[in-house]
Design a binder for this molecule. Structure first.
Ligand code: GLC
Length: 715
């Protein structure tokens, strides 16, 4: 913590009444239309924060845009019409867009390009700050192995290391190098912790998380966000070990602050304090308020439990005033870090929106994953005859994903328009889906079929029991296949989807996610070679929903039968009716070029534990050769396997990746530095250890690579 801010916060706190303190611990909703009611509450209670949203489902409901003049006037009310004059935090779900919509977070994770993601968040931040937003409820860092869960689209992938890199990038993107600089936005690491483990992907459902998994899988991204200086954290709706996080002092205080060193403030997720009654953990809102404050929730989002009950809890002696003072101190500390007392009003900053749009398109291209490309069918020639069809050919709104607010008025190009624009010299025919079920196209070279899921079945409270391609869409592909023509599939899904039924029918497939404002243009550019799809899967694509949960960083079982790594045999296999292998594994993706890897080599095959403890690194390198005749981009991935340890360790753990572009015929040497950090793991008590022994280091194009070298750490 910064001593100067702490001292200043203490000075402000000492002048505050109990009512004013409780006002600071309260966030109320401003939907752009209820100005008078909000202004009145600010004057009456000294409210600490406004959420710029009208409902608990900001992502799925038609939200208003930010009422910029209203925000300015509310800030003026707080600064000039309250006794303490403490400026407001204006929070909003700026998840992957404000005006310009970038690809959904799961897609941006597929870019394996944290630097590019950080740059996108600089632009998202500038657009939001210009409208008066000074606090965002992002990054969402839920660790998730469950594609049925609608909110997997907001996640950073199924791997803790990749998620940690994305967490740091997004926090830096919003908060910049100095949060105090005008125009920066306070970030919020959410949902702490374990929401992504909701059983069966059923939202808001029970979670079973061992402490071993908590420390090794669920916490790393939050640790990375805290290390990046994230200003706030939001609790999750779920319970862990029978205690709802909103009432868990162990998680919200002992672990978050004690283990991770978090020094900002915690805000409750929408109404999650009053929801303690639904959990059966609180008898009423008074009980809920007491339990959440004690657990470590500093600010109450919209359910008014603190506003209605904390004063009486303190005056009755049931809650000690120090608990209130601690919460308010943290809130004031963040406001001081954000420089709110010096510059409470929004920063009017010139926006190069054209550049933002272009950058969102580039990010879309970096996120798209080429899954199949038989005979190098893609990229397609610009002069040719193409038949376009499928439910996503004319779709617009679903490209912006389930968490882009106030996009109804936004003009999003559809794919047909984008393709016609990209290849004016091509002969384009459009086949209506209904017609396509009776007539298959003859007068074209290639059929391009655009499938996907609407954004309304993704996001909060939008889980699916069946994540396969719908029957109608599969039937469409089957009828197209009868034409004998090459068929390209462009797949616009937010979540990982089971493609098993259609995969054999396509000659080429691109996973395009929900790619944002410029999705259609990016898809057209990739199809016709103006850009290369360079994404790699941040999540496993299963063969069947029956395999779930299915993920790459699996722990070895008692018998060698992990289908993910082809460990099955006649006697020992995962299922009788389905292989245990994924359709496509974590880290998978093709390029338009082709790459050869040399055998992985380590500069030291044996190191002493003492050397490692003293900070010694060793390096593992490969030569990557582009054997094609086009410049192309590859994401070189490094995985570690701790072969014998005091706990069961994953079959593969991603511990490094480098995205490189190599000219045709050229070779690039890629080298990774490894230290104690990459070889260790957390015990269930939260302590981090690295043990001597043999480590298999894999370097290749995805998690299934067998290209490895053994490194021994001697005791
Ligand atoms: C929602 C979501 C959370 C969001 C908050 C404010 O219920 O769980 O991610 O930031 O409420 O809209």
């Amino acid at each position: 913590m910064n001593a100067e801010y702490l001292l200043k916060a203490q000075e402000i706190l000492e002048k505050m009444t109990l009512k004013e303190k409780i006002g600071q611990m309260t966030q109320i909703s401003y939907n752009g239309k209820n100005f008078d009611a909000v202004a009145e509450k600010i004057e009456k209670y000294g409210i600490g924060s406004i959420i710029l949203a009208g409902s608990a489902f900001a992502g799925n409901t038609a939200e208003n845009g930010t009422n910029v003049s209203g925000i300015d006037r509310l800030q003026k009310t707080a600064v000039e019409n309250t006794r303490c004059g403490i400026p407001l935090l204006f929070g909003r779900d700026v998840i992957h867009s404000h005006k310009t919509v970038y690809p959904i977070n799961l897609a941006m994770a597929a870019s394996f390009d944290p630097e590019a993601v950080e740059h996108c968040y600089n632009e998202i931040r500038d657009e939001a700050a210009a409208d008066g937003v000074n606090w965002t409820f992002a990054p969402m860092l839920d660790f998730c192995h469950e594609p049925r869960w609608g909110r997997i689209i907001e996640c950073q992938g199924e791997d803790p290391y990749l998620a940690s890199k994305m967490a740091g990038a997004i926090v830096k993107g919003f908060q910049g190098d100095d949060l105090k600089e005008p125009g920066m936005i306070a970030a919020c690491a959410k949902h702490y912790i374990g929401y992504g483990a909701s059983e069966g992907g059923r939202d808001y459902n029970h979670t079973e998380i061992s402490d071993y998994a908590l420390y090794n899988n669920y916490l790393p991204a939050f640790r990375s966000a805290v290390d990046a200086g994230v200003a706030t954290v939001m609790n999750s709706f779920n319970e862990v070990n029978g205690v709802p996080v909103a009432a868990s002092r162990r998680l919200l205080t002992d672990v978050l602050r004690g283990d991770l060193g978090f020094d900002g403030f915690v805000i409750s997720d929408w109404a999650s304090i009053t929801q303690l009654k639904n959990h059966g953990l609180a008898a009423d809102n008074r009980d809920a308020a007491k339990k959440s404050l004690y657990a470590g929730i500093d600010m109450d989002m919209v359910d008014n439990c603190y506003l209605d009950h904390i004063e009486e809890l303190v005056t009755s002696g049931e809650v000690d005033i120090t608990e209130v003072d601690t919460a308010v101190l943290r809130i004031l500390y963040v406001k001081l870090r954000l420089g709110l007392f010096e510059h409470p009003y929004r920063v009017r900053k010139e926006q190069d929106l054209a550049k933002h749009i272009e950058d969102s398109k580039l990010m879309c291209e970096k996120s798209m994953v080429l899954l199949k490309n038989e005979g190098g069918l893609l990229p397609l020639k610009k002069e040719g005859s193409y038949c376009l069809t499928g439910p996503f050919l004319k779709e617009r709104q679903s490209h912006v994903g389930a968490w882009s607010l106030a996009t109804e008025s936004m003009t999003v190009k559809n794919i047909e328009e984008a393709v016609r624009e990209a290849v004016p010299g091509a002969e384009i025919t459009v086949l209506d889906e209904i017609e396509a079920q009776y007539v298959y196209p003859r007068n074209c070279d290639v059929i391009i079929c655009f499938l996907g899921e609407p954004k309304c079945v993704t996001g909060e409270a939008q889980s699916l029991a069946d994540i396969g391609v719908t029957k109608q869409q599969a039937e469409l592909v089957k009828s197209l296949k009868k034409s004998g023509k090459p068929v390209v599939g462009v797949l616009c899904y937010g979540r990982p989807t089971v493609l098993t039924e259609v995969e054999p029918l396509f000659d080429a497939m691109i996973y395009a996610w929900h790619g944002g404002t410029m999705a259609a243009t990016a898809i057209a550019e990739v199809l016709f070679g103006d850009a290369e799809p360079t994404g790699r899967l941040p999540v496993t694509l299963p063969m069947s929903v029956g395999q779930l949960p299915l993920y790459y960083n699996a722990l070895p079982g008692a018998r060698i039968m992990n289908g993910y790594y082809n460990g099955e045999s006649r006697m020992t296999h995962n299922y009788n009716d389905c292989p245990g292998t994924p359709l496509y594994p974590f880290g998978y993706g093709l390029s338009y070029g082709k790459f050869d890897y040399s055998v992985a080599a380590a500069d030291e095959s044996e190191l002493s534990f003492k050397d490692l403890m003293s900070g010694r690194k060793f390096r593992v390198s490969v030569d990557v050769t582009n054997t094609s005749d086009v410049s192309s981009t590859e994401t070189v991935q490094l995985y570690v396997r701790d072969k014998v340890a005091s706990r069961v360790r994953p079959l593969r753990e991603l511990k490094g990746f480098k995205k490189i572009t190599v000219d045709a015929g050229k070779t690039e040497t890629v080298s990774f530095g490894l230290s104690l950090k990459e070889l260790g793991f957390y015990l269930e008590d939260g302590s981090y250890i690295t043990e001597p022994g043999e480590f298999e280091i894999y370097v290749g194009e995805n998690c299934l690579t067998e290209n490895s070298v053994t490194v021994k750490v001697t005791a």
